[in-house]
Design a protein around this ligand. Sequence first.
Ligand code: FE2
Length: 337
Amino acid sequence: MLLVRLLLVFLFLTNIAKTNEINLFTSRHYESDIDLYKKFTTETGIKVNIINGKSKVLEKRILDEGAKSKADILFLADAGALFSAQEKTLFTKHNLKNIKTLVPKSLRNQYWVGITKRARILFYNPKFTNLTEIKNISYEDLSNEKWKGEIAIRQANNIYNQSLVASIIEHNGVKKTENWLKKFVNNFARVPQGNDRAQILMVAAGEAKLAVANTYYYALMKSGKKGKEQKKAAEKVKPIFPNQSNRGTHINISGAGILKFSPNKENARKFLKFLLTEKAQIHICKNSFEYPIIKNLKNNLLVEEINNFKEDKSISVSVYGERQKQAFKLMKKAGWN
Ligand code: FE2
């Protein structure tokens, strides 16, 4: 009898443990995110199990495991990566109440919601380039012959670049983008290689006049978290936000959705709601140097120069995913390695 009772208690406890957790599949790799998830656990009693990996690897695993998957949430960088998972019908509708008042329409859909924002911008070195020369620069201007051999950017397989080109196709059409790409690729300072920070280093060293990189990499270098050399390099360059005199600068997101076979959907919903609270947003952005996504919360990063700019809100970030394959094809065709 005692054994049976003990067994029942055991089953009861394991059942509680089972329901009081979420399995978070994420391509994010910030120590500070983990501290935030601990706060969530303290508040709610819901344990967060983190499964880290590259977005394509996580996507494949969830797809392969199908209905047996224990994954509750997929949290990825780049709207294109989220769209890819959406296309494979990995998500269920998140049904988050208040989402309309919380997150701008262009940064979410019914399957996933942006958690942070970033901008893909240009960096220049005032020692070699005058601000007046580039003050009103647009992405379109990067095809101008005056930048021949002067632009540092990473490879075509980089999803941030694919999203940027996708947005340009959406704005200017296929034909114009195709022409633009040919000239743009002709202006590259070297065969594309390295990450975003490597492009900023090129400009700091005077080996290229313009670098294309995401805002948070610049702030990360300036913070000193990547070492003295990178801090010094970042201090030599300045950010410039393209298309300020027309549609605004290209914006992307990191975002998350609840998975179709999630065993803990209610917990997952609580987790997403938590990530969209003011304190969670401030915590993430203070540490990762991304921008908060919720309305009415201002960009307030330590790196003042990247706080204020006009964002391109005219297209939904979903478009990046829809046009990414097309963008990649055109990029390769133009000779972008
Ligand atoms: Fe990144």
